[in-house]
Write a protein that binds this ligand. Structure first.
Ligand code: 5GP
Length: 116
């Protein structure tokens, strides 16, 4: 059975402008903002504006243009934030994956040598 998207999740509230965020990038399909509890000198969250709960839902329900655009924007954001020495992308999926916010997002971490 398909899980219903929770309209009250924190990222949905940010997208509706009910909660503020430190915006890094925005277009009609994608929003990126600083994580409120950064785990590295640079910790940016990138989210699609359309409602997908998880990575799995994003890749199965979004069309190819949206998926390609999303990942190209992540590369652009990394490029714009001086991460030429490297960075890490993470997406947590579900309970075992440690996903807290049920709106698909990618963490972009960098700015130092990250431990494993
Ligand atoms: P998850 O564990 O779901 O992959 O990560 C959710 C992330 O959202 C966490 O890194 C957490 O710090 C971040 N976060 C939670 N609440 C807020 C908020 O209100 N604003 C921002 N900018 N980030 C948040």
């Amino acid at each position: 059975m398909k899980t219903i998207y929770d309209e009250q999740n924190i990222f949905a509230k940010i997208l509706r402008g009910e909660l503020s965020c430190k915006k890094i990038y925005e277009d009609d399909k994608v929003l990126a903002f600083e994580d409120i509890a950064p785990q590295a000198p640079i910790h940016i969250l990138i989210i699609p504006k359309n409602k997908y709960i998880s990575f799995e839902e994003f890749v199965s329900e979004a069309d190819n243009n949206e998926i390609t655009h999303f990942f190209k924007i992540i590369a652009k954001i990394a490029n714009d934030n001086n991460l030429e020495n490297g960075y890490r992308l993470i997406t947590n999926k579900g309970y075992n994956g440690g996903q807290i916010v049920p709106h698909f997002h990618v963490h972009l971490l960098g700015g130092k040598k990250l431990s494993l």
